[in-house]
Design a protein around this ligand. Structure first.
Ligand SMILES: [Zn+2]
Length: 235
């Protein structure tokens, strides 16, 4: 008894603490459930975990296609890539570039293309998007097309997203997604999901006038960037 008496105040404090803790334990349960029921803020934040490799086709002495008027293909590609990169970076996506100025990337066409692939691997890119403009014999064609590996699920859905956004700009026809697994070095030897976008025909008056315009380039760049962002956010 003596011992208990001596411990009296301490026991009372411990008991009070236990009662307090059990009361505290009761209220928060309902509370936590309420908090959990609220929509997560995370869901509205953009996901930004991918590294995208942007490739402006051609460069230096390799001009690419010759337009009816205006910039050569190599310069259009570079301008589009820089615009696309700016939009992606503004959405917290990490971007690497094969070139950001008019420089050569190899001494032969194979070396040039392989160098672009090697750069995308060194950058740990998760998506590879190459930008080009087309031309056809006797200027008979128009439209955009996207070359990819249809057996690569990610590359194919990336291509679909870009095609859908470009089509909504409504500047030319959608020539669809083309299997390039036996056609293009970049797609054949790609180590990351790759889409090569031919944005239109520079020897076609209508395509070329849109592609050469400031507003046209911005709309094309926004469409391609949105296609890439859609792919990143759905994966
Ligand atoms: Zn090209």
């Amino acid at each position: 008894m003596k011992t208990l008496k001596r411990l009296g105040p301490a026991v009372v404090i411990v008991v009070l603490m236990l009662v307090g803790a059990s009361l505290q334990n009761q209220k928060p349960t309902a509370w936590i459930q309420e908090v959990r029921a609220l929509p997560s803020k995370q869901k509205v934040l953009p996901k930004a975990t991918a590294t995208v490799f942007l490739d402006a086709g051609h460069g230096a002495i390799d001009s690419g296609m010759i337009p009816v008027s205006g910039d050569y293909e190599k310069d259009v590609n570079l301008d589009l890539v820089l615009r696309i990169g700016e939009i992606l970076e503004a959405n917290s996506v990490e971007v690497s570039y094969s070139r950001t100025s008019d420089v050569p990337l190899g001494n032969s066409s194979v070396a040039d293309l392989q160098n672009r692939i090697d750069m995308s691997i060194a950058a740990n890119a998760e998506l590879f998007v190459s930008i080009h403009c087309n031309a056809s014999e006797q200027a008979t064609r128009s439209g955009f097309e996207i070359y990819t590996d249809p057996n690569d699920r990610i590359a194919y859905s990336l291509s679909e997203n870009i095609a859908e956004k470009l089509e909504s700009v409504d500047y030319t026809q959608n020539n669809g997604i083309i299997d390039a697994t036996e056609l293009l070095h970049l797609v054949v030897f790609a180590r990351v999901p790759t889409a090569l976008v031919e944005v239109g025909y520079l020897d076609n008056e209508s395509d070329n006038s849109f592609i050469q315009s400031e507003q046209g380039r911005q709309k094309i760049a926004e469409a391609i960037a949105n296609g890439i962002l859609t792919k990143i956010n759905e994966s």
